[in-house]
Ligand binder design. Sequence first.
Ligand SMILES: [Zn+2]
Length: 119
Amino acid sequence: MDHRLLLDARARVLADLAARGCATADAVSVLEEACSSRQWWAEQWPAGEVYVAGLVAQDVQDALLETVGRWPACTECDADEPVHSLYIHPDLGGPDPVWVCEESGEIAAALGYLAGQRR
Ligand SMILES: [Zn+2]
């Protein structure tokens, strides 16, 4: 597979972790792990390349939910809404993955372009 794809996936997820103040050493090692397992996966199935970035984001989201908690939280909805998450759309991880609010279904940002926390 094209190595740049994986570097791009890593950079985008890292940017979104940093945007929410979640780019800790632990989170970055979770990200590294997700990248290497998805690299292996994409080498087995080259047609899956377009899904890699979104899948890496989902892997990191799942892993963080078990350790540090919800990432990324939605900041698009009213501040008096209960805290809820953004999800990768399409669910398969691509192509062109975006973060979507689980409540409103609105697109918050493309993967890699999350805004900082406003609350
Ligand atoms: Zn929302």
